[in-house]
Design a binder for this molecule. Structure first.
Ligand SMILES: Cc1cc2nc3c(=O)[nH]c(=O)nc-3n(C[C@H](O)[C@H](O)[C@H](O)COP(=O)(O)O)c2cc1C
Length: 220
């Protein structure tokens, strides 16, 4: 897969089928993940496919979701994300594979790039993912449930649900780059504008044959 296709279409996929992810696919995802920038030995990964553990983690996730997300206070522009997040929270135990990322100390510095690489590698294999951090609010229970040694300083940073998606891949919607990027000093425009994503799928029904279009069509 073209790297730009993976970068542009690795968006949150929270509606996942229960089908198992083959071990060779899991191996590819993890082997790509560990290539990401790292502090020395500062991260660990834990794959959870045991149904009982998934059920227990799912119960914890739903409790945090209901604690922090008030359905009555969702702005209209987040309604879709809310529905998808709510679906994940209520079907967490059905997600076939959970990839938990651990870091040491207070920062998750080493684990985030690795999880992003895992998500990109998963995308290349047609496996959907999201980057939920909510479970980390139930840190002690998660560590105990998964037999994480309590005296080595490991902290669960995020729990990435992995599975084959029910929906279609698409380009993630974001505020355009020139609205979130400055040059030299805060508030100074970067000198280019990118009104539309520079990579677009060419297939009629989604993503596919488009090659990299990086560098084209930048409005200066
Ligand atoms: C630091 C961080 C924490 C996140 N935590 C959660 C989470 O707890 N639950 C969740 O469903 N998504 C979580 N997300 C995923 C984003 O919410 C997701 O990217 C957003 O909904 C945009 O969706 P899109 O990529 O499809 O555009 C998190 C993302 C980041 C970067």
């Amino acid at each position: 897969m073209d790297i730009y296709e993976a970068l542009y279409t690795t968006r949150a996929m929270r509606r996942l089928r229960p089908d198992q992810i083959p071990l060779d696919v899991q191996a590819r995802i993890l082997d790509a993940a560990i290539r990401a920038p790292s502090e020395p030995d500062g991260r660990r990964f834990l794959l959870v496919d045991d149904p009982d553990l998934r059920r227990q983690l799912g119960a914890l996730y739903l409790a945090v979701w209901e604690q922090f997300v008030d359905p009555g206070k969702i702005p209209p522009e987040f309604a879709r994300a809310f529905r998808s997040g709510d679906h994940l929270a209520r079907h967490f135990a059905e997600v076939p594979l959970l990839l938990l990322g651990f870091g040491q100390g207070s920062g998750g510095g080493s684990i985030y790039p690795a999880l992003q690489s895992a998500m990109l590698a998963a995308r290349a294999d047609g496996v959907g993912s999201t980057l939920p951090t909510f479970l980390s609010f139930r840190q002690d229970e998660v560590l105990e449930l998964l037999d994480v040694p309590p005296d080595e300083g490991w902290r669960m940073v995020a729990c990435v649900p992995l599975g084959y998606p029910t929906g279609k891949w698409g380009v993630a919607a974001r505020r355009p780059v020139h609205e979130v990027t400055f040059r030299n000093r805060w508030g100074t425009p970067p000198g280019f504008e990118v009104p539309e994503p520079l990579w677009q799928p060419k297939d009629e029904d989604g993503v596919g044959s488009a090659g990299s279009q990086s560098g084209k069509d930048v409005v200066r």
